[in-house]
Design a protein around this ligand. Structure first.
Ligand code: FAD
Length: 318
């Protein structure tokens, strides 16, 4: 079922959903299920699965030639989505990225997803890999999420890359996209970022999931600005319970977000990570309660490979 249908069927109740990362290469599905199992009693209608682009390093061999070595650490998004849908009978939302994919490879990936019974995709440009200073598209691939949306929408109309005519065999993906209450780090200003966000919605995105934020006012302001720009689709808040003291500096540097003084002070005062995680859980519960009162259709939690804190938050709310 589509994410938008889940919103419609919720009858005004706030849904609980979360995002998982594929396990590290070499681990198995048991590891993943052990993260998901503790969250299933809160009845997520869908689970997002991130996509991690392949990265290569070049090593010089003894004969002087360069050897290309893959260092991708979290493969398996498509298989994991299918496994979750089979095992839990819950919809999945694979993340679909521009980086590392030609248009042909994207088309094949979408055909795989369609055959596996996956009805949703979160369409993204994708993060840079470590060796890039700025995003470099794959030759024959897409530069921006909006271009990738165009391809998904074409396929939803039965229009494939090598077909001159529209075929009867259409996909029917519900398309979500990312939004940034604190602005995407490359955008010159929020207004510019919102105009590109509107383009994604005008092209066919049916809902937005936000980057994590720790100050609800930023989300409320973002929603207001979106509505002023004519962006009228649901905007799902993305929340991350802070779990370690290190995350005070790690999360801002990775995700270009701010941590409010009150939260940062409380975490800094903690003797250890156990205490810090408790502060993180309490903060996320307060944020969630306020967002529920605001009437958000869904609260979406970033588990970042650990479910314990998300579970504690969900226990207090759902
Ligand atoms: P875009 O919408 O393409 O925007 C990128 C930048 O370009 C923005 O600054 C925008 O303002 C600007 N822009 C957009 N369109 C144009 C245009 N036509 N011309 C000029 N400028 C333009 N990354 C992963 O690698 N894997 C994941 O699974 C993943 N999941 C994510 C989930 C969520 C909810 C979020 C919020 C982010 C996720 N990311 C993921 C990170 C995301 O890929 C990065 O933030 C990336 O840098 C931007 O992706 P985007 O889809 O927002 O890009």
């Amino acid at each position: 079922m589509k994410v938008t249908e889940h919103f419609q069927n919720a009858n005004g109740n706030t849904l609980f959903t979360f995002e998982i990362l594929p396990p590290l290469k070499g681990e198995n599905m048991r590891t993943l299920f052990s993260h998901i199992n503790p969250l299933m009693e809160f009845k997520p209608p869908f689970i997002d699965v991130t996509y991690h682009r392949e990265e290569y390093v070049y090593k010089k061999r003894e004969n002087g030639l360069l050897e290309k070595i893959t260092t991708r650490k979290r493969p398996g998004t498509v298989g994991i989505c299918a496994a979750i849908q089979n095992h839990y009978k819950v919809d999945t939302v694979p993340h679909l990225i521009c980086g590392g994919f030609s248009k042909e490879e994207t088309e094949n990936a979408l055909i795989d997803l369609h055959f596996l019974g996956i009805d949703n995709v979160l369409v993204l440009r994708g993060d840079c890999v470590k060796s890039e200073q700025r995003f470099v598209p794959e030759p024959g691939g897409h530069n921006y999420a909006s271009e990738l949306i165009g391809q998904v929408v074409d396929m939803n109309k039965g229009c494939y890359l090598d077909d001159e005519q529209v075929t009867n065999s259409c996909t029917d993906f519900c398309i979500g996209v990312a939004g940034y209450p604190e602005k995407h780090f490359e955008a010159p200003n929020l207004r510019s970022d919102l105009r590109w966000l509107k383009k994604k919605v005008d092209l066919g995105a049916e809902y937005i999931v936000t980057q994590m934020f720790f100050d609800n006012q930023k989300y409320f302001d973002f929603v207001n600005r979106c509505r002023e720009e004519g962006i009228n689709v649901p905007i799902i808040p993305g929340l991350k319970p802070l779990t370690t003291k290190t995350q005070l500096t790690l999360l801002p540097s990775l995700f270009h977000i701010e941590i409010p003084c009150d939260l940062a002070d409380a975490v800094e005062a903690c003797a250890d990570n156990k205490a810090a995680a408790q502060v993180g859980v309490e903060w996320a519960i307060q944020q969630s309660k306020e967002l529920m009162e605001f009437g958000v259709p869904c609260l979406h939690y970033y588990s970042m490979g650990k479910s314990e804190s998300v579970r504690k938050v969900a226990e207090a709310l759902f």
